[in-house]
Design a protein around this ligand. Structure first.
Ligand code: CTP
Ligand SMILES: C[C@](O)(CO)[C@H](O)COP(=O)(O)O
Length: 232
């Protein structure tokens, strides 16, 4: 059971190198609406979510044109050089507002197909000090390469999960864990890995494989098909 308010935290300061093109992928049109607007719609529709903090590049000149409006508050903060810096910026802002003991539901701005059901499952299971993340078990056979285009071995997939977002943690605890991970020079590609480095064992909560991250050009058409399928 949640002991405090929950704030959606959206890192949205990336440049989308793998997507390419002049417009960062969070601002590309997905079925007639910017990706980031669709993602915000989904998270702010969750009854327990009080509002959102979006971390944008200091050079961002697209957000204002989106003109995003919602009954719940949406705060813009400056993002940083890496995803973890952008998340930290949003968490620091929340701490300044006195929300350090509340919860951050950190979600990539470029995962617009996340469902209400999976977010509610995460909140119902993981709103405590341990926190948790959505994920799903690896389904395919895994190969390790030898660096020269041949198979060096087959890796046991038993117990391996794909990490998704959202990831849910207490605001101040996650901020401290990320700060320490950055200071220690650790590579933290998600929020849970900073908490793991701090000795926490976040819960793995089953999410949907359709909660894709728009990363490469073909993902846009895939996301559009997923959104269409979700309407039926
Ligand atoms: N300095 C950064 C880098 C990434 N992100 C955000 O983190 C999320 C997931 O990152 P990713 O898919 O890697 O986005 P990009 O960094 O934009 O993509 P790429 O790695 O291809 O450049 C995205 O919402 C992205 O905007 C961020 O807020 N700040
Ligand atoms: C946070 C994340 O979405 C979890 O899958 C992911 O780590 C983002 O970064 P990536 O470099 O695209 O894996």
């Amino acid at each position: 059971m949640s002991r405090g308010r929950i704030w959606a935290v959206l890192p949205a300061a990336g440049v989308g190198r793998r997507m390419g093109g002049p417009v960062p992928k969070q601002y590309l049109s997905l079925a007639g609406r910017p990706v980031i607007a669709r993602t915000l719609d989904r998270l702010l529709a969750v009854p327990g979510v009080a509002g959102a903090v979006v971390a944008l590049s200091p050079e961002d000149d697209h957000w204002d044109a989106v003109g995003y409006r919602h009954d719940k508050p949406v705060q813009r903060v400056p993002g940083g050089a890496e995803r973890c810096d952008s998340v930290l910026s949003a968490l620091r802002w929340l701490c300044e507002q006195g929300a350090g003991r509340e919860y951050a539901l950190v979600h990539d701005a470029v995962r617009p197909c996340v469902t209400l059901e999976e977010v509610q499952r995460l909140i119902a299971t993981a709103a405590d000090d341990q926190g948790g993340l959505l994920g799903f078990p690896v389904r395919d056979t895994l190969k390790r390469d030898d660096g020269a285009g041949h198979v060096a071995g087959t890796t046991d997939r038993d117990g391996l999960w794909h990490a998704l977002t959202p990831q849910l943690f207490p605001v101040a605890a996650l901020a401290q864990a990320l700060e320490r991970a950055v200071e220690a020079g650790l590579t933290v590609t998600d929020d849970a890995s900073a908490m793991e480095a701090a000795g926490v064992r976040p819960r793995l909560v089953t999410g949907e494989a359709t909660n894709i991250k728009i990363t490469r050009p073909t993902d846009l058409a895939l996301a559009e098909a997923i959104l269409q399928a979700q309407q039926h």
